[in-house]
Design a protein around this ligand. Structure first.
Ligand SMILES: Nc1ncnc2c1ncn2[C@@H]1O[C@H](COP(=O)(O)OP(=O)(O)OP(=O)(O)O)[C@@H](O)[C@H]1O
Length: 947
């Protein structure tokens, strides 16, 4: 029998008992939990450790506390990027249970699962086409996951429904989350048939709270969600639709071409053009996406097209390359949208117009989800509306409704009021906060701030009321329309006529008309803008018509009001539209204004809101800025490398904002990095990637530990105890003890037994959490007794395989938990000894008491030095189990601690043999730890190996 293997057994056994405890079905008696008005330190600690945020956003806590403490259903409409995911990811992380998340897109779920895993929150995905489904299901029932993502198809299929029923009886499901809940309603966009059947979840999980979340839902859609999901007295939350970090801008496409239009989003670096941050460019047609992508690629920009005409594989690959920052720009049709979970998209550009305000706002909503400034610009031409009308006429749905949507977006383009206000008013949202123009808001506000003069002061022809007299031009246009006396012509013909064109589209008789060329003193753009104005003021009518070839166009005709104007004295003196203002002649004497000038091409800047530590106001020199940006680029590169190695998205490793702050504040050590409280850079990420980034910052080699004291957690993070794993639920308990709660308080808050929490904490010790023995109720006296008893076992060459023999040798007041606790510390200590790391360097693990024989525990470890140990061996003939190895080398220690036995399965030492002998080791050689001995210090787990 190989006694060293017995060590493995005993450790395995301890581990098993711990794991069992940890994996016990924890059914929180939520009703027992107190109602919380504000988040407590325990919530903040979990938020910080697992999500990297310092505080909940206002509605997040309201939702989370309603779920945790009131078990209430929730229907939440939260703007894009508000942080919906946290609302359903937090409860099971905190409560030690499972949340089921139903989401419409596999890609979206895969990203979330990966992102959670990077933060050490175990999550999995179950879909109908999922590989390794059996293994995943097994692990779910072993309580390995805190979040289980499911497709609606899986939930509503026979197998999925049965599985859910099993989960409802065998697992502690604490929450069901329906993401993108608007898919339930046929009134919303993206309706999904299977979503409508999710009401069955209420039947299966009668007592489990359900949360439905979406970014866009009118009151009708919300009602549909509530009815379909059978929500009971749900908490209604609507955060509003505003996205304060987005800057809105609208321009006409210029005659200089696309490259000229988009140039302001680019910079010229290293002989190539680069976009400033991840960018999506939306075009109307597939052909346009291909063409535009080709143009940009030709300028060296890393860019790919994306549209429904590409194969699924190509689209998936394009998506993957974009989220992994391998491609900077995606030129896409609106097929590229909902599945994008990339938080650091800096620009969303519409090169062409959207079909409605709703879809426009959803598309721009992809930008700046990390809270940092993002720029959303539209470039349109009047022809774009024609294309959209044509597309509308061939797609299903009410043409009238589609036309109304298009008109609204046209109005948005032409508005002269704040664009944000326009959008929010459309969604019937609050606009009180938009009382003053802000330079970070939109192009209109910027213009107002840039030049405080009135239009009257700025432009020729505008009166003091800001109005322009359009009477003459309006009549000229209306007369031109009357010449044709038909409701079948499009705008182009009238403009050709007005401008006296000799195009063959005009007949001879029209060319001979007295009004032919009556508007040639004005540009084509002017007449287009006048026509829009006249439609807006209802002097002209628009109607979608089809040509004999089946093409759609918009026919323009006179309304009764228009006809009436031609022959009357009626005047048209109104404020000009934004398009018209651009065409007006500026007054030649511009006055200097007090406002700060911001060029229309200058990008707005907003201080990043996510970094909690205020970045000191510095007056950086250009050289310093260059240095910082160079470091930032290196950090981005490093992040890319880490992401490639982990096969995850770079933003999951660290956000751009976090890297930017690192490059500004240049932390040199992990504690310094930690103290920056970088948003989203969780404790797990600090431990996993902190050193790597520090290395880039300090420019040092990987030996960051030299000259710097590492915490046990850091050491064990890099050199984990073999075969020891820790579930999320145990991590949360450890996090809670770090926040200052006692074992009893944690047990109460999590509604589990104290024993369970102790088991969690024992695992925590093995992962280096700074947990004191006293916190686990072990007094110094008891600790010494346990060590002594255990030592006796070890020194006799017998290692107890069960706790009972140890317990029997201890006074009755010493509990099994006390013994387990002390052994856990010893295990860590031995592990550190194996790594040749002197344990006394660790403040958290001082264990240096002197026993009655005048021998400190430290000495005991040292005394167990291998040098002369064989002399103390018991008789080898006594029992095979007592055979002693006479020589040792370092490799002997390889499997001492917890690693799986390498030799054939060991015979477990029977309990009779575990009785301690009265013999104490006689050898007391003290080895100077500072002198590097070839042979390693023997850990207290040491048992003598049979040779
Ligand atoms: N309490 C918080 N403090 C700081 N940042 C937060 C907080 N909660 C969430 N975030 C951050 O906000 C960003 C958006 O979060 P999330 O992806 O959950 O948004 P969402 O509402 O689901 O958006 P979408 O509708 O686009 O899917 C993420 O980068 C997330 O880390």
């Amino acid at each position: 029998m190989d006694l060293s293997d017995i060590d493995d057994d005993i450790l395995d056994q301890f581990m098993d008992s711990f794991t069992e405890e940890c994996q016990k079905e924890v059914k929180p008696e939520l009703s027992k939990l107190e109602i919380k008005k504000d988040p407590g330190p325990e919530h903040i600690q979990v938020l910080l450790n697992y999500f990297g945020h310092q505080n909940f956003r206002p509605m997040q806590w309201e939702i989370i506390s309603a779920i945790i403490y009131n078990r209430r259903d929730v229907c939440a409409v939260m703007s894009t990027g508000y942080g919906k995911s946290l609302c359903f990811q937090f409860p099971s992380t905190f409560l030690s249970g499972i949340t089921l998340v139903i989401s419409p897109l596999i890609a979206l779920m895969e990203d979330q699962v990966l992102s959670l895993e990077v933060s050490n929150i175990p999550a999995c995905l179950l879909g109908t086409a999922q590989k390794k489904q059996k293994a995943v299901v097994e692990d779910i029932f072993k309580n390995k996951y805190s979040l289980v993502y499911l497709t609606p198809e899986f939930c509503t299929g026979d197998y999925g429904a049965d599985l859910l029923k099993k989960m409802s009886t065998e697992l502690s499901v604490v929450l069901i989350a329906i993401d993108e809940a608007h898919c339930i309603s046929s009134w919303g966009h993206d309706f999904r048939h299977q979503y409508r059947q999710l009401g069955t979840l209420r039947t299966i999980f009668a007592e489990v709270p359900i949360i439905a979340v979406t970014a866009t839902a009118t009151s009708r859609v919300r009602q549909d969600i509530i009815t379909n999901l059978k929500l009971r007295n749900p908490l209604h939350i609507c955060t509003g639709f505003d996205r304060p970090n987005i800057y809105f801008e609208v321009n006409m496409k210029s005659s200089g071409g696309v490259f000229k239009d988009l140039n302001k989003f680019m910079s010229y670096e290293g002989a190539t053009w680069k976009f400033s941050g991840s960018t999506i460019i939306y075009c109307i047609t597939r052909k346009e996406t291909e063409e535009l992508a080709t143009i940009l690629k030709g300028s060296g920009i890393k860019c790919l097209p994306y549209h429904a005409g590409l194969s699924i594989d190509t689209r998936e690959e394009t998506h993957r390359l974009f989220v992994k920052d391998k491609v900077d720009v995606i030129v896409a049709t609106i097929a590229f949208g909902m599945g994008i979970d990339k938080p650091d998209i800096r620009n969303v550009i519409h090169y062409g117009c959207s079909k409605s305000i709703e879809s426009y706002y959803q598309e721009v909503g992809r930008a700046g989800r990390d809270g940092l400034p993002a720029h959303c610009a539209t470039f349109y031409a009047n022809g774009d509306f024609r294309i959209l009308r044509c597309l509308n006429s061939t797609s299903s749905g009410s043409l009238e409704q589609k036309e109304a949507s298009l008109k609204k977006i046209e109005e948005y383009f032409m508005t002269r009021k704040c664009r944000r206000r326009f959008i929010l008013e459309h969604f019937e949202d609050k606009v009180d906060h938009l009382d003053k123009p802000r330079k970070t808001c939109c192009d209109i506000c910027t213009k107002i701030l840039c030049d405080a003069r009135t239009d009257c002061e700025k432009y020729e022809g505008i009166d003091e009321n800001g109005c322009y007299d359009f009477t003459k031009d309006a009549k000229t246009f209306l007369k031109a329309v009357s010449v044709f006396n038909s409701a079948k012509f499009g705008l182009g013909i009238y403009i050709l006529f007005l401008r006296g064109s000799n195009s063959s589209k005009l007949h001879e008789r029209e060319r001979k008309h007295e009004f032919f060329g009556s508007g040639k003193n004005r540009s084509e753009a002017w007449w287009q803008a006048i026509a829009k104005l006249l439609v807006q003021e209802k002097y002209l009518l628009e109607k979608t018509e089809k040509t004999s070839m089946g093409f759609t166009y918009v026919a323009i005709s006179l309304s009764d009001k228009g006809r009436g104007m031609i022959s009357s004295d009626e005047k048209l003196v109104i404020p000009p539209t934004s398009t018209i203002v651009k065409l007006l002649k500026p007054k030649s004497n511009p006055q200097k204004t007090s406002s700060v000038w911001i060029s229309s091409t200058q990008k707005p800047t907003i201080a990043p809101s996510t970094s909690k530590k205020p970045v000191p106001e510095t007056t950086e020199t250009q050289a310093e800025i260059d240095k910082r940006m160079a470091l930032y680029r290196k950090l981005l590169e490093q992040r890319g490398e880490i992401a490639s190695q982990l096969d995850c998205m770079p933003y999951m490793v660290a956000s751009n904002a976090a890297l930017m702050t690192m490059s500004k504040l240049r932390p040199a050590t992990l504690p310094e990095l930690r103290s920056l409280n970088l948003d989203g850079f969780t404790e797990a990420k600090i431990n996993k990637f902190g050193d790597i980034f520090l290395e880039v910052i300090t420019g040092t080699s990987r030996q960051v530990s030299s000259g710097r004291k590492l915490s046990i957690k850091e050491i064990l993070g890099r050199n984990p105890l073999p075969e020891v794993s820790m579930g999320l639920t145990a991590q949360v308990s450890c996090t809670m003890i770090e926040s200052g709660l006692t074992v009893g308080e944690i047990a109460e808050k999590r509604s589990v037994t104290k024993g369970t929490i102790v088991s969690h904490l024992l695992l925590g010790i093995k992962f280096g959490y700074p947990i004191k023995m006293a916190e686990l109720g072990v007094t110094e006296e008891n600790r010494d007794v346990i060590v002594k008893v255990y030592r006796k076992f070890c020194m006799t060459g017998f290692t107890p395989v069960k706790l009972t023999p140890l317990k029997e040798q201890c006074p009755p007041e010493i509990t099994f938990d006390d013994i387990r606790t002390v052994l856990a510390y010893l295990q860590v200590r031995c592990h550190l000894e194996k790594l040749n790391i002197p344990y006394q360097e660790f403040e958290d693990f001082q264990y240096n008491e002197v026993d009655s024989e005048g021998c400190s525990d430290k000495d005991w470890v040292v005394k167990s030095e291998i040098k002369d140990f064989p002399q103390t061996q018991p008789e080898v003939t006594e029992s095979p189990a007592k055979k002693i190895k006479t020589e040792f080398d370092v490799s002997d220690y390889d499997d001492i601690l917890g690693s799986p036995p390498k030799s054939p399965a060991p015979n477990k030492c029977d309990e009779g043999n575990t009785k301690p002998t009265s013999e104490e080791p006689t050898q007391t050689t003290i080895v100077n730890r500072n002198v590097k001995s070839k042979k390693k210090v023997l850990p207290p787990w040491f048992t003598i190996r049979k040779h």
